[in-house]
Design a protein around this ligand. Sequence first.
Ligand code: FMN
Length: 317
Amino acid sequence: MRTRLTERLGIAAPILSAPMAGAGGGALAAAVSHAGGLGLIGGGYGDGPWLEAEWQATGNARVGCGFITWALARNPGLLDAVLAREPAALMLSFGDLSEFSAKIRDAGVLLIAQVQDMAGARQAVAAGAGVIVAQGGEAGGHGASRGTLTLVPEVADYLAAEAPDVIPVAAGGIADGRGLAAALMLGAEGVLVGSRFWASREALVPAGFHEAALAAGGDATRRSSMPDRARGLDWPAPWNIRVMRSPGTEAWHDDPAAPDAEGRARWLAAQQAGDAAQGSPIVGEAVGLIRDLPGAGEIVTRMVDEAEALLGGGWRR
Ligand SMILES: Cc1cc2nc3c(=O)[nH]c(=O)nc-3n(C[C@H](O)[C@H](O)[C@H](O)COP(=O)(O)O)c2cc1C
């Protein structure tokens, strides 16, 4: 399936795996790349030794990496360490990327910027991003409030008019071939997928969370700041996180003082153990479209086959 994204990256399928903090390690990224997409390791909040181990786990597959921009600003040396590994692409989300963009481009590495609104898209163009991921609020993990169905074509139209060399990609709620086909129809040149790969054999996710997600519908998730309060993470506005609801956490979401110390300890232990009744599996609305736990390579193949069937054999971007 050829698009401007596949040509720019030299890949066969227009599918990127999201750089999911904690869940997106080297094995997942490598499996996605081996299947023809591009896997991105989740550099997240910047744990150097973890990142080093996950690069080793790729077994020299061609992968990229993504960071949370405001967290990278607190540990900028990590960017040099990753650039030295010659990643296929470097993705930044959530914060001012202008202080890093020149270094990434000077290293000859493609800069992917994930944005949640038009202001973010304009900033990413000004900073010299080569790919812009328009992320709708359906997405698992951190994000904001715009919906994928309107943000993607608005970003695509803006890029076509103002920055035609910059490639639009869609994210948020895309979990199967229907989502991939729809994203291409909206003007995206590919998709960035998180939740569907979170529910794969290679993802670093506790079994209890996978089990709960497979039984859940899309109504089971919500946006919240509670998980960041529980982890002591100082996330700036406007971003919060989409997670699954659970009986043990429901009273905390709208209370800025919650959870207390005892509640935090209980929540953190549940996250480690994969206890979905007391913790918060980090997954998006697409959880309602996910009913199995295949290998990540099979997810890539299924999405492409289904999208091609829907779009018709003669489809070309
Ligand atoms: C478990 C999880 C962790 C995530 N962590 C990050 C992250 O560290 N950095 C980032 O840019 N995006 C992160 N995201 C968001 C993804 O980049 C992406 O926008 C999202 O997964 C797309 O929507 P989907 O989950 O519906 O596919 C995360 C998503 C999930 C599900």
